[in-house]
Design a protein around this ligand. Sequence first.
Ligand code: CMC
Length: 445
Amino acid sequence: MPDNKKFYTLFDNENGNSYEIPVLDGTVGPDVLDITNLYKESGLFTYDPGFTSTASCKSKITYIDGEQGILRHRGYDIKELAENSNFMEVCYLLLHGDLPSTEDQNKFRDAITNHTMINEQLMFLYRGFKRGAHPMAIMVGVVGALSAFYHDSTDINDPNQRMIASHRLIAKMPTIGAMAYKYSIGQPYVYPKNELTYSENFLNMMFAVPTQKYKVNKVLAKAIDKFFILHSDHEQNASTSTVRLAGSSNANPFACIAAGIASLWGPAHGGANEAVIKMLSKIGSKDKINEFIEKSKDKNDPFRLMGFGHRVYKNYDPRAAVMKKTAHEVLEELNIKNDPLLEIALELEKIALNDEYFIEKKLYPNVDFYSGIILKAMGIPINMFTVLFAIGRTAGWVSQWKEMIEDPIKKIGRPRQLYIGENTRSYKPEEKREKISLFKRLWFK
Ligand code: CMC
């Protein structure tokens, strides 16, 4: 019997064997069955497509209670961080585990500020892309290419290099993202400016032009900062798990974050903010909302209400609540009265939250539902939305990557499978094979 206080017993009805499965308890949250030795002892694997019941690691960074709609980073509630903190401080918190002292905050800010430029040679890489290429495609390429430039921070076994790589990634993401935008519209790149804050700097690199003075609006910069905080980490989501899995083979951090960006791009994940605006525009007017709600409920229609539902939250996403408030603040600052997309979004939310289907399935607005409204109002093009998500999430990706590398029980990620294909077959010479074209059958399914 294991030493742990708690364990579950698994009975094998066929041969009468039983196996003790130890139970691990975290600080808060559900207990976890430790099946590390299950295969060795019983010859059994577990089956969990989409990892709906699987904890892939131990982590001290982020805690989510999906039923209650709670999100905490290092113990601090997301709402409190969004209202009182700033993105730099949250980056420090995620990476180091505590809020910084004034001295540490200044040192950290300096470290990030001094890494915001990218190697001039990297500029040529952009020219290889088609004008009008999706900026997320550029991000995957350019961030991956950082490993070809910063050899002095790719030794994952050196703690100092791990920290420098983390600082470089947090610092360079806004520069790389803004350059992708400038390239796509044929404007000159704008270099980072050290006197600006992280979020002000991003807006300046996005919207300044050499011909005239550009003054960053403080309210909008604050809203972008909040956006980055709200997207900074979210436990073991698809892109973070991708970063961890890529990193588990000891791949360099730049390659791992590029893998995370690729995963984030999908519309079921970070691409949803772009998809929400496209959906709201397609709905077009309040009287069409019911039609789209019905469509999303139709099992034979692949359409889903974008910005609704979440694997973990079975309650209002706490990030969505802050986003909704920020959307109102931004529209007020920009003097936008009766924004048609916001009007549709508010009405859509109201109808969906009172609809039996959404109530029964516990589908609530998620972080992406209101974020696009804020970004669109600021003049950020739709195809840049997921880039902004990636900039914010980089803080979480590098923190989770670092935690994984520093975990004493780090192992290469190598899931197993339930094989359901053919059993052993003998090779058949061509003339003895089936007459019907296999190629046709597979291709035109
Ligand atoms: N509209 C209509 N029905 C939905 C929706 C939706 N947005 N989301 C889930 N459902 C239904 C789904 O059809 C299923 O019904 P049934 O049980 O009858 O088969 C049930 O709810 C459970 O859905 P699921 O796909 O099994 O749940 P999941 O946990 O695998 O998926 C999700 C979570 C976020 C991928 C999904 O809710 C979704 O596709 N939402 C729209 C895309 C979106 O907004 N994504 C952003 C997620 S938050 C930002 C981030 O972290 O990346």
